[in-house]
Design a binder for this molecule. Structure first.
Ligand code: G3I
Length: 399
């Protein structure tokens, strides 16, 4: 097997994946970390100590990905992009795909899309679309039907008599406005929550409560009618890990997708979010089998919200960066072996702006470092790791 050949690279990928699995499974339980930080830190960083994250820095992430038939992009929001020209320049250089992190949710301050029941404010989303079109970046719409970021008026106004009409008019207005201009839509987001105890695994969300389980199918059908050329995605988190909880979630998501496909529902891709955590081990064979099962349904797979939290890692930035880089490379090596994985989007590009600062801050108060660029917009080892994972990925055709 020739070094550098695709079979050789694949073998390397598998070895790295196994390495990650053994390293994390053996050493990285959250409980242990709190009790014996130094030992765990030593073991954790030793998993990646001998790995050199060296790549040439000539080509941007989007170009390395495109060389393998993969679209690379990142989440960013209107506030950040419109106010930070340095970030905007980096974004255009590195990304071929933009996900508006806020402006297409129903209600997120400071510029909610649905300020009142009969009002839509497209200022932020229109600006983002213009930015993406001006800079030849594709755009993903996130998200049409979700149980979070709903407006304050939702609870008083929406009920089982009008929910279908409310959802219908939302999708008609939003997807209709951008018809033909979006690469894809996250049509339904995070609809599975196995702990809610239903046999179909569906989350007990307001949509389920008001409309019953068929709301998922209906959302896809309406979106397809309004924006027939966009790729329509079911997007969810927690599908990546080796735990029983992840097993159950994967099973429910597969069940949901199989049912949708068997009814001819226009769903085109599964979004695997990829919010990774160094304390949650990945089992590469479970993940590979799951992706193969999804691919066998005829679906594409998008990695939609990739990032790696450093909340349990030691303070030393060099150690954190090395471990984070290793986790990125191992995860991408596994998932990019599946040829139906056609897009990779990180949830942010620079540590300057990440949801993890607000949602999962470090207990020592240090700034978090989960993304490819640091807060000064310099490339980190994570950038190198992602770059190398693209370089080593087998080629595929952009569908
Ligand atoms: O903009 C306001 C700011 O003015 C205010 O000072 C500040 C006070 O907390 O809040 C800011 O708004 C926050 C907003 O993000 C913008 O950063 C909201 O509190 C916060 O709830 C909101 O969180 C977003 C969250 O989804 C809920 O919509 C995160 O940024 C966003 O990264 C996160 O993204 C989700 C995906 O949509 C779905 N998958 C999981 C992922 C991570 O949770």
């Amino acid at each position: 097997m020739a070094p550098g050949s695709s079979s050789h690279n694949r073998l390397l990928s598998r070895r790295r994946a196994l390495h990650l699995c053994l390293g994390t499974a053996a050493c990285l339980s959250g409980a242990v970390i709190q009790r014996k930080m130094p030992l765990v830190v030593q073991r954790r960083s030793s998993v990646y100590n001998n790995r050199e994250f060296v790549v040439d820095g000539q080509r941007a992430l989007k170009d390395r990905a495109a060389a393998k038939g993969i679209l690379y992009g990142a989440e960013i929001n209107h506030q950040q992009l419109s106010a930070d020209s340095d970030l905007a320049a980096q974004f255009i250089q590195e990304c071929a795909l933009l996900v508006e992190g806020g402006g297409l949710k129903w209600f997120l301050t400071p510029s909610p899309l649905r300020p009142a029941p009969n009002t839509f404010d497209f200022t932020a989303a229109d600006w983002m679309l213009r930015f993406s079109q001006t800079n030849q970046v594709k755009m993903r719409g996130h998200t049409l039907v979700w149980h979070q970021s709903l407006p304050p008026w939702f609870e008083e106004t929406v009920n089982n008599r009008n929910a279908e009409q409310v959802m219908h008019s939302h999708i008609r207005t939003v997807a209709g406005r951008y018809r033909g201009q979006m690469h894809s839509w996250d049509v339904v987001n995070e609809a599975i929550r196995v702990q809610d105890g239903r046999s179909d695994g569906l989350r007990k969300s307001p949509w389920l409560e008001f409309m019953g389980p068929d709301y998922v199918e209906l959302a896809f059908r309406i979106t397809a009618e309004m924006d027939p050329n966009a790729k329509l995605v079911y997007n969810d988190f927690g599908l990546e890990f080796g735990s029983r909880k992840s097993d159950a979630k994967r099973e429910s998501v597969l069940q949901l997708l199989s049912k949708l496909m068997s009814k001819g529902t226009p769903v085109h891709a599964l979004g695997v979010q990829g919010h990774l955590d160094t304390t949650r081990p990945i089992n590469s064979s479970k993940l590979r089998n799951f992706l193969a099962d999804v691919a066998a349904l005829g679906l594409e797979i998008f990695i939609t919200e990739l990032d790696v939290t450093d909340r349990s890692l030691p303070a030393d930035a060099a150690t954190r960066d090395r471990v984070i880089a290793g986790v990125y490379e191992d995860f991408l090596s596994i998932v990019l072996d599946e040829p139906r994985v056609t897009t990779v989007t990180t949830w942010g590009l620079s540590d300057r702006y990440t949801w993890l600062s607000e949602f999962f801050p470090r207990s020592d108060g240090l700034p978090v470092r989960p993304l490819p660029l640091d807060s000064d917009l310099n490339r980190k080892l994570a950038w190198n790791a992602i770059a190398r994972a693209f370089d080593n990925a087998p080629s595929r055709t952009i569908i």
